[in-house]
Design a protein around this ligand. Structure first.
Ligand code: GLN
Length: 206
């Protein structure tokens, strides 16, 4: 089967995410056809979506200006999966604690931008991730911290609350809210496509 994968391409690691989703699909006996999303009208044809990192203020402004934000919300409301990484997670959240970021409200967590950054700008760490047998090598770059995690009263996605998939230092760094998976780190920066598999191909129905 061919899966149409939209990579929001206003900023960030677009080609790395495209490569990772292709590898993840292949490992699943499927093929991913990748579409770069810079304008409205493309998201409705996509089966799965990736929201890369970058600068969340810029990404949110462009999504709104192009009318892509409403299309992403509709995609999630239809139960179709999204993987949102780093700045993508910030944009996907319910509150970024920054008025310059108009969040999509598709992932029921609040975030704090650049919160690890004050302690340690960028770092790498082996992470235990629910659903993966071996640790995942996680690359954090000016990463956001996840604050409040939704309690399950989530009309946006119809999901039963937010599942914490991984923690670092006692704080969630990977979460799932129904069809939406968000990570504080950058799973596209290694050759390991297991996080993309988990988000798109190995997911249990919400
Ligand atoms: N610091 C960025 C922001 O707050 C996120 C960094 C990243 O995506 N690597 O938008």
């Amino acid at each position: 089967m061919t899966v149409k994968a939209g990579v929001v391409a206003v900023q960030g690691d677009v080609s790395e995410h495209a490569a990772a989703v292709r590898r993840a699909a292949e490992a699943h006996g499927e093929t991913a056809e990748v579409v770069e999303i810079r304008t409205s009208g493309l998201v409705p044809d996509c089966d799965i979506l990736l929201l890369p990192g970058g600068e969340s203020t810029t990404i949110s402004r462009l999504l709104e200006r192009e009318g892509i934000d409403a299309e992403i919300r509709d995609h999630v409301a239809a139960g179709k999966p999204v993987l949102a990484t780093c700045a993508g997670l910030i944009v996907a959240s319910t509150d970024a604690n920054d008025e310059r970021v108009d969040t999509l409200d598709i992932l029921d967590v609040t975030v704090e931008r650049n919160a690890f950054g004050r302690q340690k700008d960028s770092f790498e760490a082996p992470l235990s991730v629910a659903g993966l047998d071996d640790p995942f090598h996680a690359v954090f770059i000016r990463a956001p911290l996840i604050g409040e995690v939704g309690d399950g009263d989530d009309s946006r996605t119809d999901a039963d609350g937010v599942e914490v998939l991984a923690e670092w230092d006692g704080r969630p760094v990977a979460v799932r809210d129904g069809p939406v998976v968000g990570t504080s780190f950058h799973p596209e920066l290694t050759d390991d496509a297991r996080l993309h598999r988990l988000a798109f191909f190995d997911r249990t129905p919400a």
